[in-house]
Design a protein around this ligand. Sequence first.
Ligand code: CAA
Length: 246
Amino acid sequence: MSKIALVTGCTGGIGTAICRALCLQGPRVVATYHSGGEARAAAWQREMQAQSFEVDVYPVDIGDFASCQQLIERISADIGAVDILVNNAGITRDSTLKKMSVENWLAVINTDLNGVFNMTRQVFDGMLTRGWGRVVNISSVNGQKGQFGQANYSAAKAGVHGFTMAAAQEGARKGVTVNTVSPGYISTEMTLAVAEEVRQQIIAQIPVGRMGTPEDIARTVAFLCDEAAGYITGADFSINGGLYMG
Ligand code: CAA
């Protein structure tokens, strides 16, 4: 029976590429969209079907523990236990620290950091019990190096890798690997939201000389979810065109 992979935040550029890469690799792919985004998710699912990618979609608010709990109960009843979790969903609320509202601080911490706990907590125990699991957390180059205008996002994304390293130690003897993938600037809606002039300044600092593609990220994520990646755990994969060499 094929494994079940759950990807959060499917409708964005990186989430879409991860779903495609996992479908091609073999597991049955289940994906989430943010509650309230039904129309966009339905259109996304139709578009994926047209390209022969079969993905079940479910709504969730990853910032809400109870919503994550209900999601996993529904997926368990409809499809089965989750073997692979890709914590991909995330948001930005960029502003300089001197102007940052408490709402924008809390929104990013709650979605990008608490969301990783809220989702992983629902499936981790089952993975340990079954003796196999893969968790991949999508962080960011800006969690590694910090970014002007992103105190909230940089803090949350740095926290994600701390979470990865702790969970990796708990999973290591039970066949469960936990890794971080830290994308740099990838061509998606999220990076397009940055003002053109600022974006061009950032691109000028990337040694490879361009933004990355969602597929650049998806290939590594899919590999980490594979059986063959069982000896890789607690690691942080930088995919950033050389923007930060840690
Ligand atoms: N370094 C140092 N100073 C800088 C600066 C920088 N990179 N950028 C701007 N400044 C200075 C300006 O020159 C100006 O200086 P003065 O006050 O002395 O005139 C001051 O900072 C402007 O401060 P403001 O608070 O007015 O800033 P702003 O409102 O104009 O812009 C911002 C703030 C919208 C956050 C803008 O800085 C920005 O867009 N930054 C980029 C944020 C970014 O990279 N986001 C990534 C989104 S994609 C993503 O997150 C995906 C991923 O994982 C990579």
